[in-house]
Design a protein around this ligand. Structure first.
Ligand SMILES: [Fe+2]
Ligand SMILES: [Fe+2]
Length: 215
Protein backbone atom coordinates (compact mmCIF):
# COMPACT_ATOMS: atom_id res chain seq x y z
CA UNK A 1 0.00 0.00 0.00
CA UNK A 2 1.34 3.48 -0.83
CA UNK A 3 1.92 6.01 1.94
CA UNK A 4 -0.96 8.08 0.56
CA UNK A 5 -3.42 5.18 0.63
CA UNK A 6 -2.27 4.27 4.09
CA UNK A 7 -2.86 7.78 5.46
CA UNK A 8 -6.32 7.77 3.87
CA UNK A 9 -7.06 4.51 5.72
CA UNK A 10 -5.98 6.02 9.04
CA UNK A 11 -8.12 9.10 8.47
CA UNK A 12 -11.16 6.87 7.97
CA UNK A 13 -10.49 5.30 11.39
CA UNK A 14 -10.21 8.72 13.01
CA UNK A 15 -13.25 10.18 11.25
CA UNK A 16 -15.34 7.17 12.23
CA UNK A 17 -14.33 7.77 15.83
CA UNK A 18 -15.27 11.45 15.62
CA UNK A 19 -18.65 10.56 14.15
CA UNK A 20 -19.50 8.51 17.25
CA UNK A 21 -19.13 11.71 19.32
CA UNK A 22 -21.42 13.72 17.08
CA UNK A 23 -24.82 13.25 18.74
CA UNK A 24 -23.66 13.36 22.36
CA UNK A 25 -20.62 15.63 22.62
CA UNK A 26 -18.45 14.69 25.62
CA UNK A 27 -17.56 16.92 28.59
CA UNK A 28 -14.19 17.43 26.86
CA UNK A 29 -16.02 19.71 24.37
CA UNK A 30 -17.55 21.71 27.28
CA UNK A 31 -20.88 21.52 25.45
CA UNK A 32 -22.91 19.45 27.99
CA UNK A 33 -21.52 21.31 31.02
CA UNK A 34 -23.79 23.59 33.00
CA UNK A 35 -21.64 25.18 35.73
CA UNK A 36 -18.30 26.98 35.81
CA UNK A 37 -17.08 24.48 38.38
CA UNK A 38 -17.53 21.68 35.83
CA UNK A 39 -15.94 23.77 33.08
CA UNK A 40 -12.88 24.53 35.21
CA UNK A 41 -12.45 20.80 35.89
CA UNK A 42 -12.39 20.07 32.17
CA UNK A 43 -10.02 22.96 31.50
CA UNK A 44 -7.62 21.67 34.16
CA UNK A 45 -7.75 18.21 32.63
CA UNK A 46 -7.03 19.65 29.20
CA UNK A 47 -4.25 21.82 30.62
CA UNK A 48 -2.66 18.63 31.90
CA UNK A 49 -2.88 17.24 28.32
CA UNK A 50 -1.04 20.25 26.92
CA UNK A 51 1.83 19.92 29.39
CA UNK A 52 2.00 16.16 28.93
CA UNK A 53 2.04 16.60 25.14
CA UNK A 54 5.01 18.98 25.42
CA UNK A 55 6.79 16.46 27.64
CA UNK A 56 6.12 13.64 25.19
CA UNK A 57 7.54 15.53 22.24
CA UNK A 58 10.59 16.44 24.31
CA UNK A 59 11.07 12.86 25.46
CA UNK A 60 10.98 11.58 21.89
CA UNK A 61 13.55 13.99 20.48
CA UNK A 62 16.61 11.90 21.18
CA UNK A 63 15.11 8.69 19.82
CA UNK A 64 13.77 10.21 16.59
CA UNK A 65 16.44 9.73 13.89
CA UNK A 66 14.62 11.60 11.09
CA UNK A 67 15.93 15.15 11.39
CA UNK A 68 12.84 16.84 9.91
CA UNK A 69 10.59 14.99 12.37
CA UNK A 70 12.89 15.87 15.24
CA UNK A 71 12.56 19.55 14.28
CA UNK A 72 8.76 19.28 14.15
CA UNK A 73 8.70 17.66 17.59
CA UNK A 74 10.92 20.36 19.08
CA UNK A 75 8.63 23.05 17.71
CA UNK A 76 5.54 21.18 18.87
CA UNK A 77 6.94 20.91 22.40
CA UNK A 78 7.23 24.68 22.50
CA UNK A 79 3.78 25.22 21.04
CA UNK A 80 2.12 22.88 23.54
CA UNK A 81 3.72 24.84 26.37
CA UNK A 82 2.21 28.00 24.90
CA UNK A 83 -1.20 26.33 24.95
CA UNK A 84 -0.60 25.33 28.56
CA UNK A 85 0.25 28.93 29.36
CA UNK A 86 -3.00 30.19 27.82
CA UNK A 87 -5.14 27.72 29.75
CA UNK A 88 -3.33 28.11 33.06
CA UNK A 89 -3.65 31.90 32.85
CA UNK A 90 -7.36 31.59 32.15
CA UNK A 91 -7.85 29.30 35.17
CA UNK A 92 -5.82 31.60 37.42
CA UNK A 93 -7.74 34.69 36.21
CA UNK A 94 -10.95 33.03 37.33
CA UNK A 95 -9.52 32.52 40.80
CA UNK A 96 -8.74 28.81 40.59
CA UNK A 97 -5.48 26.90 41.00
CA UNK A 98 -4.47 25.43 37.63
CA UNK A 99 -1.98 22.82 38.83
CA UNK A 100 -3.75 21.02 41.67
CA UNK A 101 -5.19 18.57 39.15
CA UNK A 102 -4.63 14.83 39.48
CA UNK A 103 -4.81 13.07 36.10
CA UNK A 104 -7.63 10.57 35.68
CA UNK A 105 -6.38 6.96 35.67
CA UNK A 106 -7.42 6.52 32.03
CA UNK A 107 -5.60 9.72 31.14
CA UNK A 108 -2.40 8.50 32.78
CA UNK A 109 -2.75 5.16 30.99
CA UNK A 110 -3.30 6.88 27.65
CA UNK A 111 -0.19 9.03 27.88
CA UNK A 112 2.00 6.28 29.31
CA UNK A 113 0.96 3.95 26.51
CA UNK A 114 1.68 6.59 23.88
CA UNK A 115 5.02 7.38 25.48
CA UNK A 116 5.97 3.74 24.96
CA UNK A 117 5.62 3.94 21.16
CA UNK A 118 9.07 3.56 19.67
CA UNK A 119 8.77 4.08 15.93
CA UNK A 120 8.44 7.52 14.33
CA UNK A 121 5.43 6.42 12.28
CA UNK A 122 3.68 4.97 15.34
CA UNK A 123 4.29 8.17 17.25
CA UNK A 124 3.13 10.43 14.45
CA UNK A 125 0.07 8.28 13.75
CA UNK A 126 -0.95 7.45 17.32
CA UNK A 127 -0.27 10.79 18.90
CA UNK A 128 -0.22 13.57 16.34
CA UNK A 129 -2.53 12.32 13.63
CA UNK A 130 -5.16 10.49 15.68
CA UNK A 131 -5.10 12.46 18.90
CA UNK A 132 -4.85 15.97 17.57
CA UNK A 133 -7.49 15.31 14.92
CA UNK A 134 -10.01 14.23 17.57
CA UNK A 135 -9.04 17.12 19.86
CA UNK A 136 -9.37 19.65 17.06
CA UNK A 137 -12.70 18.18 16.00
CA UNK A 138 -14.11 18.55 19.53
CA UNK A 139 -12.61 22.01 20.01
CA UNK A 140 -14.24 23.23 16.82
CA UNK A 141 -17.56 21.86 18.01
CA UNK A 142 -17.23 23.80 21.26
CA UNK A 143 -16.34 27.01 19.41
CA UNK A 144 -19.56 26.66 17.43
CA UNK A 145 -21.75 25.86 20.44
CA UNK A 146 -23.89 28.58 21.98
CA UNK A 147 -23.84 26.81 25.36
CA UNK A 148 -20.07 27.30 25.71
CA UNK A 149 -19.24 30.68 27.32
CA UNK A 150 -16.82 33.06 25.67
CA UNK A 151 -14.20 32.86 28.43
CA UNK A 152 -13.69 29.22 27.40
CA UNK A 153 -13.70 29.96 23.69
CA UNK A 154 -11.07 32.71 23.89
CA UNK A 155 -7.97 30.57 24.56
CA UNK A 156 -9.22 27.78 22.30
CA UNK A 157 -9.54 30.11 19.30
CA UNK A 158 -5.77 30.56 19.40
CA UNK A 159 -5.09 26.89 20.22
CA UNK A 160 -7.21 25.65 17.35
CA UNK A 161 -5.58 28.11 14.95
CA UNK A 162 -2.19 26.55 15.76
CA UNK A 163 -3.49 23.01 15.36
CA UNK A 164 -5.19 23.77 12.05
CA UNK A 165 -2.03 25.49 10.82
CA UNK A 166 -0.08 22.25 11.01
CA UNK A 167 -2.84 19.64 10.88
CA UNK A 168 -1.46 18.15 7.67
CA UNK A 169 2.13 17.68 8.91
CA UNK A 170 1.69 14.19 10.43
CA UNK A 171 -0.02 13.12 7.21
CA UNK A 172 2.95 14.29 5.13
CA UNK A 173 5.42 12.56 7.43
CA UNK A 174 3.46 9.31 7.30
CA UNK A 175 3.12 9.48 3.53
CA UNK A 176 6.88 9.76 3.31
CA UNK A 177 7.94 7.19 5.91
CA UNK A 178 5.10 4.69 6.39
CA UNK A 179 5.87 2.87 3.18
CA UNK A 180 6.59 -0.66 4.36
CA UNK A 181 3.96 -3.18 5.43
CA UNK A 182 5.65 -3.51 8.80
CA UNK A 183 5.71 0.21 9.58
CA UNK A 184 2.13 0.57 8.41
CA UNK A 185 0.88 -2.25 10.61
CA UNK A 186 2.65 -0.81 13.66
CA UNK A 187 1.21 2.65 12.99
CA UNK A 188 -2.28 1.25 12.37
CA UNK A 189 -2.17 -0.48 15.75
CA UNK A 190 -0.95 2.70 17.40
CA UNK A 191 -3.98 4.58 16.05
CA UNK A 192 -6.33 1.82 17.20
CA UNK A 193 -4.75 1.86 20.65
CA UNK A 194 -4.94 5.61 20.88
CA UNK A 195 -8.63 5.64 19.99
CA UNK A 196 -9.48 2.94 22.56
CA UNK A 197 -7.66 4.86 25.27
CA UNK A 198 -9.02 8.22 24.17
CA UNK A 199 -12.56 6.81 24.47
CA UNK A 200 -11.80 5.65 28.02
CA UNK A 201 -10.40 9.05 28.91
CA UNK A 202 -13.43 10.85 27.47
CA UNK A 203 -15.79 8.58 29.42
CA UNK A 204 -13.90 9.10 32.67
CA UNK A 205 -13.82 12.84 32.11
CA UNK A 206 -17.59 12.82 31.55
CA UNK A 207 -18.17 11.08 34.88
CA UNK A 208 -15.66 13.07 36.92
CA UNK A 209 -16.33 16.52 35.47
CA UNK A 210 -20.05 16.17 35.94
CA UNK A 211 -19.66 14.94 39.51
CA UNK A 212 -20.91 11.41 38.95
CA UNK A 213 -17.78 9.59 40.00
CA UNK A 214 -14.48 10.08 41.80
CA UNK A 215 -12.74 9.67 38.41
FE1 LIG B 1 -1.98 21.92 22.27
FE1 LIG C 1 -1.09 20.05 19.59
Amino acid sequence: MTGEDFVAELLVMVNDFCRTLETQPPAYSYIPLTSDEERIRVMKSRLYNEVRAAELFGTWLKTTPELEVKAIMAESAHEEMEHAELLSRRITDLGFEPFDYQPLPAQTAMFNAIEGLTDTCQRMAGFSLAGEAVATYLTQKSLQASTVPDWIKQPYRKITQDEEGHGSIPQKILQRYAITGERQEAARRAVAMRLVLFREYLNSLDRWAMGKDRW
